[in-house]
Design a protein around this ligand. Structure first.
Ligand code: NDP
Length: 480
């Protein structure tokens, strides 16, 4: 059986413990590879390698670092089919989505930050003719990047690309649930000639490997994407050590639909924003609010559309809804569907686990599920489910929908559907979230700030924000 290996000091290594854990294919429920069960000893080796590599890597010109990163992106292009298949087998998402969405976006991350660094300038502040201030931006040193399982290679590269471009050395941990694409990425880094120790990937469990990265005194900054509870634990450990922190956490995003929207466009996008990647995207709109005059028309049309969504083998090109990433997560989603029933919700469609025929009979699949009749403040409507489950709630006016939309502890993203431009801008101002999409969803420009408010996170990633996060500033004042 294939063994995934750590990538430390330019080499692919077994963990010090020599222990491995099972890695599951969620579409079959069976073990298909083994993951290193690393611990603090592997993290120590990775930090040592990164420390040793830092002087050299940070002294490279931006152009030289850029060249290596562009080479990595070209090799990712070359291996795109292999990466896409690996992501699908590991995560459960349909293969077409890995091929057209996630892996091309991961490649863009490396190329975008690898070229952005050549244009990254710092500021100067002249004080008339008697003095000038100029600001230098230097890399931080060794930094830690920890990513989740839902968009494995995309979120992994989203963090390490700006960290490497700015001259830091990295100790990274992908989710133990979806480690395969990061392992293949390590092979690509070797092929591309990334100097040893610049990037180190330690596989294993969050409480062992992740927490060793967070608490290591030589790691000066942590960029984390994952659940709010884990983010709080990371902040508890890292804040007293005065580490720089970027936390991209959970969401419970509202999708607000006004009666004057472009109905067909809204309907097609709402199918995507509800169920793409089995609803396992932090930006999915899981709470759908519909202006009352449109409610019944929307409900009927939405259910009809969902009936056409083909669920099953992620390797089949017709599949729209693949497998749920792991058995614990599958159980968690089903328990929320039960909770919704106890809270008085009516399941309009879905609500069950499915056993597809053939090779996926033992996989973890859940029907796309639409629920109505719940109060906006019940647990189903307040807690993150992170699966193919959405709720429908009617509203009568802007004040009411804003109150309901803003009622959760989260504030990541929001979608608004209306042809009334003034209203769209007014709602966008009043929504408490880091991202608002008007008449679209998941339209991403890598230059824009990305992140949430409230318990959806601290800090922004993307564009210059990410390059600034991974650098320290020093102001130098010269008397003329
Ligand atoms: P988790 O918080 O469980 O895990 C995220 C990562 O942190 C994993 O690599 C995990 O390792 C690791 N980890 C776990 N415990 C610790 C610890 N004590 N110290 C350091 N690292 C630790 O999130 P999930 O993987 O379950 O991902 C789903 C969550 O991610 C959802 O809440 C979703 O909303 C959020 N998310 C947010 C995004 C955003 O941009 N705001 C984007 C995508 C997802 P292991 O896997 O071994 O437990």
């Amino acid at each position: 059986m294939q063994k995934i290996l750590n990538y430390i000091n330019g080499e692919l290594l077994e963990p010090v413990s020599k222990q491995f854990m099972d890695n599951f294919d969620p579409s079959t429920g069976s073990v298909y590879s083994l993951i290193p069960d690393s611990d603090e000893r592997d993290v120590e080796l990775a930090v040592k390698a990164a420390d040793e590599a830092y002087e050299n890597w940070s002294s490279f010109s931006p152009e030289k670092r850029s060249k290596i990163m562009v080479r990595i992106s070209e090799l990712m292009e070359k291996h795109i089919d292999k990466l896409a298949e690996a992501e699908t087998v590991d995560q459960g998402k349909p293969l077409w989505l890995s091929k057209t969405g996630e892996i091309p976006r991961a490649i863009s991350n490396i190329r975008f930050f690898g070229t952005a660094i050549e244009h990254f300038a710092s500021e100067a502040h002249p004080m008339g003719d008697h003095a000038i201030n100029y600001t230098v931006r230097t890399p931080i040193g060794v930094v830690g990047c920890i990513s989740p399982w839902n968009l494995p290679l995309y979120l992994f590269t989203w963090k390490i690309a700006p960290a490497l471009a700015t001259g830091n050395c990295v100790v990274a941990k992908p989710s133990e649930i979806t480690p395969m694409s990061a392992y293949l990425f390590a092979e690509i880094c070797i092929e591309a000639g990334l100097p040893k120790g610049v990037l180190n990937i330690v596989h294993g469990l969050g409480p062992k490997v992740g927490s060793s990265i967070v608490s290591h005194p030589n790691i000066k900054a942590i960029s984390f994407t994952g659940g709010t509870k884990t983010g709080a634990e990371i902040a508890r450990v890292a804040a007293p050590m005065f580490k720089k922190l970027s936390l991209e956490l959970g969401g419970k995003n509202p999708n607000i639909i006004f009666a004057d929207c472009d109905f067909d466009k809204m309907l097609n996008e709402t199918v995507r924003s509800s169920f793409l990647n089995q609803g396992e995207i932090c930006l999915c709109g899981s709470r759908i609010f519909i202006e009352r005059p449109l409610y019944e028309k929307f409900k009927t049309a939405f259910i009809e559309k969902i009936k056409q969504q083909i669920l099953g083998d992620p390797l089949n090109e017709k599949t729209k809804i693949g497998a749920i990433v792991s058995e614990p997560h599958f159980q968690k989603i089903l328990s929320y569907i039960e909770l919704a029933k106890q809270e008085g919700g009516t399941i309009l469609i879905g609500g069950n686990n499915v056993k597809p025929e053939g090779r996926c009979a033992n996989g973890w699949f859940i029907e796309p599920t639409i629920i109505e009749g719940l109060s906006y403040d019940c647990r189903t409507n307040q807690e993150e489910i992170f699966g193919p489950v959405v709720t429908l709630t009617p509203f009568d006016n802007e004040e009411e929908v804003l109150m309901m939309a803003n009622s959760t502890q989260y504030g990541l993203a929001c979608t608004v559907w209306t042809e009334n431009l003034t209203r769209a801008h007014r709602i966008s101002q009043k929504i408490k979230s880091g991202i608002v999409w008007i008449n679209c969803w998941l339209l991403r420009d890598l230059r824009t700030p990305f992140g949430g408010v409230k318990q959806s996170g601290v800090g922004r990633e993307g564009g210059w924000e990410a390059l600034r996060f991974f650098t320290e500033q020093k102001n130098i004042c010269v008397k003329l």
